[in-house]
Write a new protein. Structure first.
Length: 284
């Protein structure tokens, strides 16, 4: 290439660079001859151009957010009018308003349910009484792993829980508790797992979530306040207001944003809710 040719090329490149920095459309020699400008620059995108849906869009199961609000059902189940979520596929919580705030219209039948509390005895078991009653009616065990208190069988019986289906084990280390929880979910002999595992990493809960979904056995993990966020199916914080009421905050639920906190009445039974305290007062 001659010296004149190189100079001409450098000059064109320099002009294009300056035009690009200034935000102006770049005009090439070919475009100058035809009188056309570059159509891929932001200044030359038609503002009124309509989006045309590709042909493959309707050929596959592509879900769009607008379908949830427009449809009367979700996954072939009636839609909860209050939240737009599933209704009737979960286990009844015993509170109609609480059911409306949950994705499946009740406690999920699979996956990890995290119950976060400030201290044991805040009312976490009273909140789960309907779940305990439901799963104790079957032939498989309700497994309790390392609860921080001794189970009060008379209170559970009065609440409608079949005590013959209860099984309690007490592994001491976090590693053993996690192993027992995982193996129980896989065993096929357990209908519900309630575990107090201690401090867990998010990857541990993710593994339990996968196993629980695969074997369709719900797993309730009781966690203290300050536990890390995890990929669970449902995460609830319960705070004590008095012996008859608790403040519920759904921190995470599937297919829906977290609703504002609300208050629920709990079963008034001091012996059941605070089993660590010695008391002779019968359950009411």
């Amino acid at each position: 290439m001659s010296k004149v040719g190189r100079t001409s090329r450098v000059s064109r490149v320099g002009k294009a660079s300056k035009a690009s920095k200034a935000g102006k459309p770049i005009k090439t020699d070919r475009m100058a001859e035809t009188g056309e400008m570059a159509k891929d620059t932001p200044n030359h995108v038609p503002a009124n151009k309509e989006f045309t849906q590709p042909e493959w869009f309707d050929q596959y199961a592509v879900w769009t957010a607008g379908e949830l609000a427009a449809s009367e059902t979700v996954n072939n189940k009636p839609k909860n009018k209050a939240t737009g979520l599933n209704a009737g596929s979960g286990v009844d919580t015993g509170h109609s308003y609480f059911n409306q705030q949950l994705t499946d219209g009740g406690w999920p039948r699979k996956g990890v349910i995290e119950v976060v509390y400030d201290r044991p005895g805040t009312g976490e078991l009273s909140l789960l009484l309907s779940l305990l009653r439901y799963y104790s009616q079957g032939e498989r065990w309700l497994l309790w792993i390392a609860p921080p208190f001794q189970l009060h069988i008379p209170a559970l019986r009065e609440s409608g829980v079949d005590s013959k289906q209860l099984l309690q084990i007490a592994p001491t280390s976090i590693k053993d508790r996690l192993w027992c929880t995982e193996e129980a979910l896989k065993s096929g002999a357990v209908s519900l797992v309630l575990s107090w595992p201690g401090r867990l990493k998010p990857e541990h809960v993710r593994r339990l979530q996968i196993i629980s979904n695969q074997h369709r056995v719900p797993c309730v993990l009781f966690r203290e306040q300050g536990a890390l966020n995890t990929p669970c199916a449902l995460r609830i914080h319960i705070g004590s207001i008095d012996q008859s009421h608790a403040r519920i905050h759904i921190l995470k639920r599937q297919r829906g944003w977290s609703p504002p906190p609300f208050t629920l009445p709990l079963r008034h039974c001091p012996v059941f809710r605070y089993p660590l305290q010695a008391s002779s007062q019968p359950c009411r």
